[in-house]
Design a binder for this molecule. Structure first.
Ligand code: PMP
Length: 407
């Protein structure tokens, strides 16, 4: 049973006031808050067994290694991946997508095509453009529809006319909240012998993601969007591919033997994890997933979906508000503009009333370009938000709209 009051008590920051008002935090797509169980896991690690992993014979190092590797297994399990060799722990989705672009590079030649969703976050666009500059591959966007989802038929047509070797798509758009038909993109990639690369940064907090079931070649996400700490994320990759591909960064831990006559590499997953990893935050990310399980995550998502519907319906009923997209499947986000007002002004005035939303291009400039907008205000919900907070947000927005449209 999902108990919203008990859940909110687990998040100390939700009691904050901002400019004299109770905080209404609707910036969850940027980062979520952390329950005390996660915060305590970080202090507990530094208080009791802080030590470097993998290389020590002493007790603390053994305990840290067990906790770190145990956390890897926990993280894999939550996302349906039991082979820990397929769970690469990195700084976040950005580092994961950069890693993929770099390790795929030797498989590609000049003229090969990489299809990239037009509505992607820059983290799933720029690494492919850098690859294009380096080796001459061509990056072609998969168009986004006016509803806000990636156009699968257009992608299929592109594969019939171009030598497509990679399809890179976001599971959920961070600027719109639309859920893309990634199962179709993954099957299409398999059908034509291309790699599928999925950015799951916004899906992991709002859907029950089973990476094994989706069966993409690569799936990336960040812990901090799922109630875990910043600076930790995961790349799930198919074992056979990870084994065949070269490492990216070099250094400690990723090697088997180093000699000036030749160096050999570690086995999976450590081959892709050079240097001292983010031990405390990996352990705390596993604790965040324990937490999501403990509150009945499926019920938490039902609650979130119901407040999201309330938000969207109320926003659609407001004549001065334009909403970005109208997808069939929609999670967490409502990206909008107040007619005649700049999003920064709207966001700044909302902040004065205690409401936190994000404004701007949301690291998705091509999406803004598609819709002909300089940016939007983005309200993004998490399961710990409430129906009342949506109403407080709406009241604040009505005041702000009045101020900006009267003047
Ligand atoms: N992809 C999407 C869809 C995102 O929303 C974000 C974070 N805004 C990222 C990638 C990058 O995540 P991070 O900054 O945690 O690496």
């Amino acid at each position: 049973m999902f108990d919203i009051d008990a859940v909110r008590n687990d998040f100390p920051i939700l009691t904050r006031r901002v400019h004299g008002h109770p905080l209404v935090y609707f910036d969850n797509a940027a980062t979520t808050h952390k329950p005390k169980q996660v915060i305590e896991a970080i202090t507990d690690y530094y208080d009791r067994f802080n030590s470097n992993v993998h290389r020590g014979v002493h007790s603390l190092s053994g305990e840290a290694t067990d906790a770190y590797e145990g956390a890897r297994a926990r993280i894999g399990h939550w996302f349906g991946v039991e082979d820990t060799g397929e769970v690469i722990l990195l700084r976040g989705a950005t580092e994961a997508l950069n890693l993929v672009a770099n390790i795929i590079a030797p498989e590609l030649s000049a003229g090969d095509v990489i299809l990239v969703g037009e509505s992607e976050h820059h983290a799933n666009i720029v690494p492919w453009q850098q690859l294009s500059q380096r080796i001459g591959v061509q990056v072609i966007p998969i168009p986004v529809s006016d509803a806000g989802t990636l156009d699968f038929d257009a992608a299929r047509s592109l594969t019939q006319t171009h030598p497509v070797k990679v399809i890179a798509a976001g599971h959920v758009s961070n600027a719109i909240g639309s859920v893309n038909p990634i199962e179709d993109f993954i099957s299409l990639a398999r059908e034509i012998g291309a790699y599928s690369v999925i950015d799951g940064a916004q899906a992991a907090p709002h859907l029950r993601v089973d990476v094994k079931h989706l069966d993409a070649d690569f799936y990336a996400l960040s812990a901090h969007k799922c109630c875990g700490p910043t600076g930790i994320g995961v790349l799930f990759g198919r074992r056979a591919l990870l084994e065949a591909m070269p490492p990216w960064q070099g250094g400690g831990d990723m090697i088997d033997r180093v000699s000036f006559s030749g160096t050999t590499y570690n086995t999976l997953p450590w081959k892709f994890e050079a240097g001292t990893p983010n031990i405390a935050d990996t352990i705390a990310f596993a604790k965040a997933l324990d937490y999501l399980e403990s509150i009945d995550f499926a019920a938490a998502l039902d609650h979130e979906a119901s407040i999201h519907s309330h938000l969207i319906e109320a926003m659609q009923a407001r004549p001065h508000i334009q909403i970005l997209g109208h997808p069939d499947q929609w999670v967490s986000v409502c990206s909008f503009n107040v007619e005649g007002a700049h999003p920064t002004d709207v966001g700044t005035l909302l902040d004065q009333l205690g409401v936190a939303v994000r404004t701007g291009h949301h690291c998705a400039m091509p999406t803004m370009e598609h819709f002909g907008l300089p940016g939007t205000c983005r309200a993004s919900l998490a399961f710990y938000n409430t129906h009342d907070e949506v109403d407080q947000f709406l009241q604040a927005l009505d005041r702000v709209t009045g101020m900006l449209t009267d003047s």
